[in-house]
Ligand binder design. Structure first.
Ligand SMILES: *Cc1c(COP(=O)(O)O)cnc(C)c1O
Length: 402
């Protein structure tokens, strides 16, 4: 006999829970792509996406997942043989570098391990040695979804400037946009990529490349090909080239609703602040449980933790046990171990907490995990749920600094 009836919840770090409002907005019959609301809608989507990234630069939308945006960013700015530096601290940062290598780009990794943040001092030292400016770009993720470390893009820009280097700063914001503060222009980011299925709460299938004039100047030396070229997508006044063919109509409806929710209604400072509190509440629960020595937060320093995902390290086998129990008995699907050595595949799990969440959803996930530990006889400290409640109860009434 099972208790597992009712609404299940996907608590993985993307795809995230899709709000009913977005699902309803996408529930439409096909519309004409020749003359319709879509044409003006595209202008407004581009405008509001730029507000989301805090940029007056450009944005190109791709009918692709995050990998498509990764590749688009690289193809527009780099040529085979160009050198880049990838700041690697987990699965996704390494993989972006791997994608660059398939394009013939020469990749140097600065490896910070699975629990370290991208230390700007090491980057600065490396760039200082490159006096001829051979390195064309520095790539980093803002939230590394595998380790749940949060890198600081602004600190990386300051390091590049301190080294008096010309490299472009390219940031993967796929797991952070709409979760953590990001200010593209103020922080001196040249290229930023994001995707639809994490903080933006839309089904997988759209991705975004934001770029400034400096990055666009690199475009004049590259041959990205017709589909990946960001020029028409970002700048054309004509509808058809802007989408490189047929537009992703239903995703556009979803994106419209998402931007209404994030940018127009709740507002970014409130969105950022909400994620910060949810993340802190989850971390408080894990800290309390962890006093028995069976599980711990992967990222120790609170200000290095991501707003949208938390990675938890466990004693051997415990992570997999918790995940399986929650899946089978609680209607809660947790994130798997990603980026750690294969021998540790059962010794980590992740909680996705990005996007459309409230107290009962997050407390439900935490309650399910605590119940799993109870049911499986996994030693854990008491007070996890009340520690989370304390953080949630103290949520500030005003949003983060704009
Ligand atoms: C999810 C994710 C990706 C990959 O996105 P896909 O849509 O699966 O290609 C890349 N980078 C980060 C940081 C992510 O979280």
């Amino acid at each position: 006999m099972s208790l597992n009836k009712g609404h299940p919840i996907l608590a993985i770090p993307g795809p995230s829970v899709i709000p009913e409002r977005i699902l309803s907005a996408m529930h439409r019959q096909a519309v004409s792509i020749y003359e319709s609301e879509l044409i003006e809608m595209t202008d407004l989507l581009l405008e509001d996406l730029k507000r989301l990234a805090r940029t007056d630069g450009y944005v190109a939308i791709y009918q692709a997942n995050g990998h498509g945006a990764w590749e688009a960013a690289l193809r527009n700015t780099l040529r085979p043989g160009d050198k880049i530096v990838v700041l690697s601290n987990g699965f996704f940062s390494s993989r972006w570098g791997m994608v660059a290598a398939t394009l013939g780009v020469k990749v140097t990794y600065l490896d910070y391990g699975m629990a370290g943040h991208a230390d700007p001092a090491r980057l600065e030292a490396l760039l200082r040695e490159d006096t001829s400016n051979d390195i064309k770009a520095v790539l980093a993720v803002q939230t590394e979804t595998s380790s749940s470390v949060h890198n600081d893009p602004h600190a990386l820009r300051l390091a590049i400037d301190a080294a008096d280097h010309q490299a472009l700063l390219m940031i993967d914001c796929i797991a952070s946009m709409g979760c953590d503060p990001f200010k593209m222009d103020a922080w001196g980011v040249d290229v930023a990529v994001s995707a639809s299925q994490k903080g933006l709460m839309i089904p997988i299938g759209l991705s975004f490349v934001f770029f400034n004039e400096k990055a666009d100047a690199a475009r004049t030396h590259t041959t990205p090909g017709q589909y990946f070229d960001w020029t028409d997508r970002a700048k054309s006044k004509d509808f058809y080239p802007r989408w490189s063919g047929s537009p992703p109509v239903h995703h556009m409806f979803g994106l419209r609703e998402s931007l209404n929710m994030i940018v127009k209604e709740e507002g970014l400072p409130a969105v950022w602040s909400r994620h910060k509190t949810l993340s802190a509440a989850i971390c408080a629960a894990v800290d309390a449980w962890g006093s028995a020595g069976t599980l711990s937060l992967n990222i120790k320093e609170p200000d290095r933790r991501a707003g949208g995902v938390t990675t938890i390290n466990t004693a051997p086998g415990v992570g997999a046990k918790i995940r399986t129990w929650c899946d089978l008995n609680a209607g809660v699907t947790l994130g798997n171990s990603l980026g750690f050595p294969p021998s540790e595949v059962e010794d980590h799990f992740r909680i996705g907490h990005m996007g459309h969440l409230n107290i009962h959803m997050v407390m439900g996930v935490l309650g399910a995990i605590e119940t799993a530990m109870q049911a499986e006889g996994i030693p854990h400290g008491t007070g996890g749920i009340s520690a989370a409640a304390e953080v949630l109860a103290a949520h500030p009434t005003t949003g983060m600094k704009d």
